[in-house]
Design a protein around this ligand. Structure first.
Ligand SMILES: [Cu+2]
Length: 210
């Protein structure tokens, strides 16, 4: 009986260590679901090592009208099966994240590699690019931060196109509408009304002349 509970304890302890390995947190923020060791399916070895710096802050929104938050870079490109160390720097006094979505779920729970800083600071995290040609979404998930510009794309193996609404890369998926937006249809309607008015005036003028 004692032997069995001892085994159970060891099993529980190793489980706890395993989950700790994929999560580091403190009063500074957190790094969740990183992967520096496990090879993605179809990768025989780590093909190369890269390290990047991603800066987040209001400062980087200035170049893109309509945005409030931003990253200093919006497209990151990596070869397949590459170990990438991300140096994430938050220059604001508020919480920002750099989260990559859609990664293999057998490596990252919910397909997510998550870095977060509660305020100004810096942290490192690692992931390994899958053996694929895909464009992954990277963003800050704090409410409204992505919509206000904190959105980027991570292209692996050349990627498979650009994502929508990437500042400086692609247009908005749903264009904002303004009441004074003179689209082609509105311009045609205005021209038609003008012509009708003109014809009406001409008609009245001719009738009065007789
Ligand atoms: Cu943010």
């Amino acid at each position: 009986m004692i032997k069995r509970s001892g085994l159970l304890l060891i099993a529980l302890l190793s489980l706890a260590t395993a989950s700790q390995a994929s999560m580091r947190m403190g009063d500074w923020g957190m790094v969740m679901n990183e992967n520096s060791q496990q090879l993605p399916q179809g990768c025989d070895s780590i093909a190369s090592e890269q390290s990047i710096t991603v800066k987040a802050g209001r400062e980087y929104a200035k170049a893109f009208p309509g945005t409030i938050f931003g990253y200093d870079q919006h497209t990151f490109s990596f070869p397949r099966c590459t170990r990438v160390t991300v140096n994430f720097i938050n220059e604001d006094q508020i919480r920002h994240q750099f989260m990559i979505h859609g990664l293999p779920t057998y490596l990252h729970p919910q397909g997510m590699f998550h870095m977060e800083l509660y305020g100004e600071g810096e942290v490192q995290g690692t992931f390994i690019t899958p053996n694929t040609e895909e464009t992954y979404l990277a963003h800050c998930d704090v409410a409204q931060h992505m919509e206000k510009g904190m959105k980027a794309q991570v292209k692996v193996g050349g990627g498979n196109g650009d994502l929508p609404s990437i500042p400086g890369v692609s247009g908005q998926l749903n264009k904002d509408r303004y009441p004074l937006d003179l689209g082609v249809q509105n311009m045609l309607l205005i021209s038609l009304l003008f012509l009708l008015g003109f014809a009406g005036c001409l008609f009245l003028y001719r009738r009065n002349k007789k």
